[in-house]
Ligand binder design. Structure first.
Ligand code: ATP
Length: 337
C-alpha cells in the first residue's frame, strides 16, 4: 500500500544543510498497523509528513496505492491526498466550528452534496462514539473526545490510509488506551492501513503489527513487533524495550544473587498458548531441579499473550543444564543471563 524508496529530506537552516531523513526504504502492506518509533529529533514527524507530501522529500519516491506522489502536480496531489487521512498530537480542530462542522469540513471542501455530508457526519460520529456531542464546540470536550473528532474528520473522506502523528502523546494513559482501542477497531472494521509515529513502546506493543525504529534519519531496525520486542538488536531499540520492561529492579536482583557466588539465572519467554501451560513446573519436576522466581510478567502484544520469567536454578550443574535443554526442546525461548 505504501512504498518509500531511498527517501531523503534535508532542511536548509541559515544556508546549512540539516539532513533529517538519510535514505529510508520501507514497505507497508494494506490493512496493517505500522509503527515508527524514535527519540526526539530522530526524523519521525518528517517521515510521516513525507507520506502525504505535507513535507516534500529532497530525493526518493513515495508510492501510495501504486501512485508515486512525488511525480504529481499540485492538483493531482490534492486528489490523491483525499485517500490519506491524518490525525495530530494537538488535534488541529477548528475552534469556532462545532464537532459536526469539523467532521463535515473536508467534505465541504470536496464540494459533496449536503445530504451526503449529513449522512457521513452522522455515521462517523457514531463510529467514534460522539453522536451526543455533534453541536458542542472543541473547547467543551476532553482531550480524548477531541482526538475522536480528529479521527472522525480524518475518516470522513473514506481514506485508504490513516497517518497518526503522535496522536496519543497529549493524552493521559487511560485515554491513550481508549484511543488505541478505537484505532484498532477501525483498522479491523474498515481494513484501513494505519501508520503511526510515537516515542512510546507501549503504543507500539498495544496495536502495531510491525515496527520500524528510526534513529538519526535511518531505520535502524524493523520487523514484527513480537520479534523486535523480544529480541531487540539495536541499542536504540533496546532502550525503548526497557521503557516497558521495568528492568532496573531486575538488574538489582540479578546483581544481588550473582554477588553471592556462581548462579544459573535464566530469562524464559513463553508465547501464545505456552503462556498458560505448566511447562516450567513439569520440566523442573522431571529434571529434579528447584528454582526461584526473580521477576515475572504476563502481558499481551496486540493479540498475542506472552510471559517472561526470570528464574534462578538451584540444582547441580548437570541438572541445571538438563533443565535448560528440556525447556528449549519444548519450544521456550531461554536466555542464560
Ligand atoms: N522545519 C524544519 N526546519 C529545519 N529543521 C527541521 C525542521 N523540521 C525538523 N527539522 C530537523 O530535522 C530533524 C528531524 O526532526 P523531526 O521533527 O522529524 O524529528 P522527530 O523525531 O519527529 O522529533 P520530535 O519527536 O521531537 O517531534 C531534527 O534535527 C530537526 O531539528
Amino acid at each position: 500500500m505504501i512504498r518509500l524508496q531511498n527517501l531523503k529530506k534535508d532542511y536548509i537552516v541559515k544556508g546549512h544543510k540539516t539532513p533529517a531523513l538519510r535514505g529510508i526504504d520501507l514497505s507497508i502492506e494494506k490493512g496493517e498497523i505500522f509503527g515508527i518509533i524514535g527519540h526526539s529529533g530522530a526524523g519521525k514527524s518528517t517521515l510521516i509528513r513525507c507520506i502525504n507530501l505535507l513535507e516534500r522529500p529532497t530525493a526518493g519516491s513515495v508510492i501510495v496505492d501504486g501512485v508515486d506522489l512525488t511525480k504529481l502536480d499540485e492538483g493531482k496531489l490534492q486528489e490523491q491526498r483525499r485517500h490519506i487521512g491524518m490525525i495530530f498530537q494537538h488535534f488541529n480542530l477548528l475552534s469556532s466550528a462545532t464537532v459536526g462542522e469539523n467532521v463535515a469540513f473536508p467534505l465541504k471542501l470536496a464540494k459533496r452534496p449536503k445530504a451526503e455530508i449529513d449522512k457521513k457526519v452522522k455515521e462517523m460520529l457514531a463510529l467514534v462514539g460522539l453522536e451526543q456531542h455533534r453541536d458542542k464546540y472543541p473547547a467543551q470536550l476532553s482531550g480524548g473526545q477531541k482526538q475522536r473528532v480528529g479521527i472522525a474528520r480524518a475518516l470522513a473522506s473514506d481514506p485508504k490510509v490513516l497517518l497518526c502523528d503522535e496522536a496519543t502523546s497529549a493524552l493521559d494513559p487511560q485515554t491513550t488506551n481508549s484511543i488505541l482501542a478505537l484505532l484498532l477497531d477501525i483498522n479491523r472494521k474498515l481494513g484501513l492501513t494505519i501508520v503511526l509515529i510515537t516515542h512510546e513502546m507501549h503504543v507500539i506493543r498495544s496495536i502495531c503489527d510491525r515496527v520500524g525504529v528510526i534513529d538519526g534519519g535511518h531505520i535502524v531496525e524493523m520487523g514484527n513487533v513480537l520479534d523486535v520486542f523480544l529480541k531487540p538488536q539495536h541499542p536504540t531499540t533496546q532502550e525503548f524495550v526497557e521503557q516497558v520492561a521495568d528492568s532496573s529492579e531486575l538488574r538489582a536482583a540479578v546483581a544481588h544473587e550473582k554477588a553471592s557466588g556462581e548462579r544459573t539465572i535464566l530469562r524464559v519467554t513463553f508465547l501464545g498458548e505456552q503462556t498458560y501451560q505448566p511447562i516450567l513446573f513439569q520440566t523442573m519436576q522431571e529434571t529434579g531441579t528447584v528454582f526461584s522466581i526473580l521477576q515475572g510478567t504476563i502481558s499481551r502484544m496486540k493479540d498475542t499473550p506472552y510471559g517472561q520469567l526470570v528464574i534462578e536454578l538451584g540444582g547441580d550443574a548437570q541438572q541445571n543444564r538438563k533443565a535448560v535443554d528440556t525447556l528449549r526442546q519444548r519450544g521456550l525461548e531461554v536466555e542464560v543471563i
